[in-house]
Design a protein around this ligand. Structure first.
Ligand code: UDP
Ligand code: MG
Length: 322
């Protein structure tokens, strides 16, 4: 029997791209079904992440028009990672595997066949990895690649140039549901699952329409979330920095004492002021980093629900599901 595949697509204010996305996926689904790659119960599952525009109206309309479109509406905007998780958890008990992709058609739909083929060959996780980043601006490319490198240096196991275009089998999704952290960074968690995985290379296109929902501020906070959720190295760096500065200050002290006894002590105002500022700054920085981790602990301890589903538009099944 062909596997039932769910295509999970988080959408936040995506009215400009949804009609085209749906049209392209319609073609793709048709082709994949005719080729015998995926089963008749395969679905596209749109997750509306609390959009303020007509996204949900469009999803409901497509749900009525096409028997393969389903929709989940979140009560609030909870961010891409949470919306994606909600979609994956909704798909978990209904499919053999789920593929997550962006609504804006940046993830090349032609790569989908390879995802499913690898899954049918026995992979539980298939990562989509970009060939090149020439459709990104210089700034986005440099910061994004720098981010992967920093993550690597900090000892976090992330797949280079892989975003959230990936396939996960039902049992990988089951495993994912056991990770209960509030500060969610899926591309760091999925490699932890550890089942057999493979990669598919694809060309990343430009956003079909509309604007990026990831402005610089969100990107930075996402990157920091990724680092502080997976690595305690920054805390260690702080301690090392503290040790280094203490050692240096011993030399400083020696120098001051020698100058004093040699009778060449100057008024010393500059040195004092500089050290006050330097140390003050360093201490603030270190407190900030420690505070970042404490903030994380605070939100993890509260263990609030990560999203709330307001509505779910389901489709009738044709075959007996998984
Ligand atoms: N998205 C979301 N919630 C948000 C922000 C973004 O569900 O709060 C979705 C968005 O609709 C898109 C995907 O996440 O499907 C990736 O966002 P975008 O394309 O804007 O990011 P970029 O490709 O510019 O990094
Ligand atoms: Mg995009």
């Amino acid at each position: 029997m062909e596997p039932t595949i769910y295509f999970v697509i988080p959408c936040y204010n995506e009215e400009a791209v949804l009609p085209e996305t749906t049209r392209r996926l319609a073609e793709k689904l048709q082709a994949m079904q005719s080729a015998g790659l995926i089963g008749k119960d395969s679905r596209v599952l749109y997750v509306d992440d609390g959009s303020k525009d007509k996204t949900w109206q469009l999803i409901s309309q497509f749900h009525q028009e096409y028997p393969w479109v389903e929709g989940v509406k979140l009560a609030h905007n909870r961010g891409h990672q949470n919306a994606l998780l909600c979609g994956l958890m909704t798909a978990k008990d209904r499919c053999h595997a789920a593929i997550s992709m962006d609504a804006d058609l940046q993830d090349d739909t032609d790569a989908l066949d390879q995802f499913v083929t690898k899954f049918r060959e026995g992979c539980d996780v298939v990562y989509g990895v970009r060939n090149k980043r020439d459709t990104d601006t210089w700034f986005k490319r440099t910061t994004a690649e720098g981010f992967y490198k920093v993550m690597h240096l900090l000892g976090v196991d992330v797949v280079f140039n892989h975003a959230d275009y990936r396939l996960m089998s039902q049992r990988a999704l089951e495993a994912l549901s056991e990770y209960r952290e509030e500060n969610l960074f899926l591309r760091g968690i999925v490699p932890l699952i550890g089942y057999r995985s493979d990669t598919v290379y694809y060309d990343r296109h430009e956003r079909f329409a509309g604007e990026s929902k990831y402005p610089l501020k969100k990107m930075i906070s996402f990157a920091l979330d990724g680092i502080t959720s997976f690595s305690v190295k920054p805390l260690k760096l702080i301690s090392n920095l503290g040790i280094l500065i203490s050692v240096l200050s011993i030399f400083g002290l020696l120098y001051a004492l020698i100058s004093y006894f040699a009778g060449v002590a100057v008024s010393g105002w500059t040195a004092i002021v500089c050290s006050i500022w330097l140390l003050g700054g360093l201490q603030m920085l270190c407190l900030g980093v420690v505070g970042g981790y404490i903030g994380k602990i605070y939100s993890e301890v509260k263990a609030r629900p990560r999203y709330r589903v307001e509505e779910y538009l389901e489709q009738e099944k044709q075959e007996k599901g998984p």
